[in-house]
Design a protein around this ligand. Structure first.
Ligand code: UDP
Length: 477
């Protein structure tokens, strides 16, 4: 029986769809292309999540990919504060991983475990069980390099990083402007930083780091982690750029089908898709400006809307799916009527990958989460960068200034939000302007390069195959 001799690997995503989605794709690739049997260990809570359930009920799981749900964490016991997203995520994850050892033993000790940044507790468990533990970085290589560099920065700088007079120079990489610095490193005294720092300081313990990127997308940062003396002396674990691993297919609801049918009726490249990831939200004032800016731009659109709040990531990880979301209650008076036929407002969640892959979609206004960025590039869709929280401002800088597939909105002097005229200007620029043409042609090039990297002669395929081969060979020892 073939299955019996295939190496068995455990893949463990932290809480949140932004982790589950790419690690699931990683698991699928191991199974489908590299002859590995995978147990996907899923953290669960007592809170329902419609989007997650929809994701996990895909009928197309390959044989040899098994979902193993960890016992549910009672999230009512975990303090809730919309401004401390990472802290909550880490506490839930730690709580869930109390069961990891017994689960791994019951599964017969897998050959290796692959997890992401916020589950480094798994490194200790694997150490006890003598299982090599790898990290899958769900973000850019540039940000991964930043994380590997942060312990040094932390030991050398006394003030807050936000007080530094100059951009932060990660060895061999593009400097990070202070205003773009990841949220979790903006105040070193609070738990958000402590959790972040705790996990990133443990990165060197990994047996290897899988990077969700590829050689052509971030050549400079990859080269720097591999070759720069600083990273050699940490020493950083070997890195394997294996991306872009993005969601391949979606289980569609009736509303999703309707949305795609609407898209079928629109001209090629004519629709701008607007979404802020699995949890991004805007303030009332900002959401109103966005609605007006969009209307003024007169472009066709699909807009995934959430109830406005003051905490940018309020929907993150905990969108219960049961909350009523009625756009009429918070969009400007008459907006839905005036834009009928031109645009589609979708409450809470849309089939993003199907939309980005549709020929009528010509632009993506995005919060620059790394999965969304990769999905846009892999489908050749130029972006408007609208970063909200976490490392998204750093991603926006990378997409605009280094990769050249996005434009960024500007805040007017004296303002704290993007005004409607600016939104109108940038939407028109990407959909109809000259600058839009330039980034569109660049993103189309990268779409091809992404497909090549993943193909059986490509760099990403080769990298993953080399590790899978190692796991297989170890088995025969
Ligand atoms: N997503 C989706 N529909 C939505 C919003 C998000 O399918 O309406 C998916 C999106 O395709 C991506 C993920 O959710 O795969 C969001 O991940 P990302 O890293 O972009 O952002 P995060 O949610 O972690 O901030």
């Amino acid at each position: 029986n073939q299955t019996l001799i295939k190496p068995h690997v455990a893949v463990l995503p932290s809480v949140g769809l932004g982790h589950l989605i790419p690690l699931f794709e990683f698991a699928k690739r191991l199974v489908v292309h590299h002859g590995i049997r995978v147990s996907l260990l899923v953290i669960t809570t007592n809170e329902p999540s419609a989007a997650k359930d929809q994701f996990l009920c895909s009928p197309n799981f390959p044989p040899d990919l098994h979902i193993v749900k960890l016992p549910p964490v009672d999230v009512d016991q975990v303090p809730r504060d919309d401004k401390l997203i990472l802290t909550r995520l880490c506490v839930i994850t730690e709580e869930s991983l109390r069961f990891l050892k017994s689960v791994l033993v019951a599964l017969g000790k897998p050959k290796a475990l692959v997890t992401d940044l916020f589950s480094t507790r798994a490194f200790d468990v694997c150490n006890e069980l003598s299982i090599p533990a790898y990290l899958f970085s769900t973000t850019s290589v540039a940000f991964s390099a930043f994380m590997l560099y942060l312990p040094k920065l932390d030991s050398e700088v006394e003030c807050e990083f936000v007080e530094l007079p100059e951009p932060i120079q990660v060895p061999g990489c593009t400097p990070v402007r202070i205003e773009d610095l990841v949220d979790q490193a903006r105040n070193r005294k609070i738990d958000e930083y402590k959790w972040f720092f705790h996990h990133i300081s443990r990165l060197p313990l990994a047996s290897g780091i899988f990077l969700n990127s590829w050689e052509d997308l971030e050549p400079g940062s990859i080269n720097s982690i591999e070759e720069n003396p600083f990273f050699k002396q940490i020493p950083a674990p070997p890195v394997y750029p294996i991306g872009p691993l993005i969601k391949q297919e979606e289980t569609l609801s009736t509303a999703d089908f309707e949305c795609l049918e609407w898209l079928d009726k629109q001209p090629p490249d004519s629709v701008i898709f607007m979404s802020f990831g699995s949890g991004g939200t805007l303030s009332v004032e900002q959401q109103t400006e966005l609605a007006w800016g969009l209307e003024l731009s007169q472009q066709r659109f699909i807009w995934v809307v959430r109830k406005p709040t003051d905490a940018a990531g309020a929907g993150t990880f905990f969108n219960s799916g049961s909350e009523v979301n009625d756009p009429k209650a918070y969009l400007p008076e008459g907006f839905l009527n005036r834009t009928q036929g031109v645009g589609l407002v979708v409450p809470s969640w849309a089939p993003q990958v199907s939309i980005l892959g549709h020929p009528s979609t010509g632009g993506f206004l995005s919060h620059c989460g790394w999965n969304s960025s990769l999905e846009s590039i892999a489908h050749g869709v130029p972006m408007i960068a609208w970063p909200l929280y976490a490392e998204q401002r750093m991603n926006a800088a990378l997409l605009v200034e280094e990769i050249g597939v996005a434009v960024r909105l500007k805040v007017e002097v004296g303002q704290t939000i993007f005004g409607r005229e600016e939104i109108e200007r940038v939407v028109r620029m990407v959909m109809e302007g000259e600058e839009g043409k330039v980034i569109r042609s660049r993103v189309k090039e990268l779409k091809e390069s992404a497909a090549n990297a993943l193909g059986s002669n490509g760099s990403s395929y080769y990298m993953l195959s080399s590790v899978a081969q190692k796991w297989k060979t170890d088995l025969s020892l």
